[in-house]
Structures are given as C-alpha cells and as structure tokens.
Write a protein that binds this ligand. Structure first.
Ligand code: FES
Ligand code: FES
Length: 200
C-alpha cells in the first residue's frame, strides 16, 4: 500500500507538472501573439499613405505620400525642386528654408501635411522666366556666393525680411539671417548684398 501511495502521489506530482508546463507554453504563446499584434501595428502605421494638396510656386500639386514625409522630402524627392537644400536635417542650419505664406520655415522640420492650405515659395519660384529676383542679382554683384550650398535658404530668408520690412537696418538683417549658417563667406558680402536691395 505504501508503495502504491508513493506511486500515486508521484503521478499526481508528474501530472501537475505537466499542467504547469502546458500553462507556461500557453502563456508564452499569449505573449508572442500580443507581440505580433504590436509589430503589425507598427508596419501599418509606417505604410500609411495620404493624399496631400500643396500649392508650390503658384501651382497646385497633389501627391500620395507616407504620412511622415517632411515638406523638404516632398519638395526635393517628389516634386524635383532640388534648389532647396538639406543640411543638418534638424532645424539648425537654415539650408532648407522656404517661405510659407511669406514667412521663412525650416522645411526639414515640417510634415508635408502641415503645409497644406498654405502658399509655399521655394528658390525656384523666386525668379521669373526672364529675370532673377533683385536679391539674386545683388548676391551675384556683391560676390556673396561661394560654394552656394547655403544660398537658396539665405535668399529665401532675405526675401521674407524684405517682404515685411523693405528697409531693414544692418542689425535687422543680421538678426534675420542668424539661422542661416554659411561656412564660406563670413556673412559680410551677404549682408552688403541684402543692404543694397533694401536701400533702393
Ligand atoms: S536642413 Fe533644415 S535646418 Fe538644416
Ligand atoms: S556659400 Fe558656401 S556655405 Fe554659404
């Protein structure tokens, strides 16, 4: 009897172990399946696309884009407007400056959806077919362009300044272009060029 009780009790132990182990398997399956749900959500959100309508340089453009596309990416990669440059990609250099309703913005920091229902002006829209903008002429005349990488952004900032203040002081010009970094010119010729247009 004793021997059989030992066997029975051993069986109970074994069977309860089996139950425990099957529960462990079940619970680990539950964890796995919840991970699958999370990861499929991530994939869905990264693939989400939306139609956006932009008004760029006076033309309406409709694009189907991933929701996280920046205005800079849409301009350069989807509309081919490569005059707007990418420098730092995080709002520090001003190379990506475009005008939104006449105000300068860093297009690398703005989602394309945020630019809907606004007038966007890029460097390509600054001049007409026949003539350069007076600021572009002045930059050339004053030797304010060296490698040129920062120049589209700086020109757009200067344009925005002259739109709201046609006759800025030297200090106001310096303040306006403080967010446009230039590694080449030392800024002096850029300031002179802007001043020459402002004094007309
Ligand atoms: S690229 Fe946008 S601020 Fe530098
Ligand atoms: S002209 Fe080269 S960075 Fe400004």
């Amino acid at each position: 009897m004793l021997g059989s009780m030992e066997v029975d009790s051993q069986r109970q132990v074994d069977s309860s172990r089996q139950v425990d182990s099957s529960r462990q398997v079940d619970s680990s399956r539950q964890v796995d399946s919840s991970r699958q749900v999370d990861s499929s959500r991530q994939v869905d959100s990264s693939r989400q696309r939306a139609t956006v309508t932009l008004r760029v340089n006076g033309r309406e453009r409709r694009l189907l884009l991933p929701a996280r596309t920046t205005l800079l990416e849409a301009l350069r990669e989807n509309l081919g407007l490569t005059g707007t440059k990418e420098g730092c990609g995080k709002g520090e250099c001003g190379a990506c400056t475009v005008l939104l309703d006449g105000r300068p913005v860093n297009s690398c920091l703005m989602l394309v959806s945020q630019a809907e229902n606004h007038e966007i002006l890029t460097i390509e829209g600054l001049s007409s077919q026949e003539n350069l903008d007076p600021l572009q002429d002045a930059f050339i005349a004053h030797g304010a362009v060296q490698c040129g990488y920062c120049i589209p952004g700086t020109l757009m900032t200067a344009k925005a300044l002259l739109l709201i203040n046609p006759h800025p002081s030297r200090e106001q010009i310096q303040e306006a272009i403080a967010g446009n970094l230039c590694r080449c010119t030392g800024y002096e010729k850029i300031i002179e060029a802007i001043q020459s247009v402002a004094s007309r």
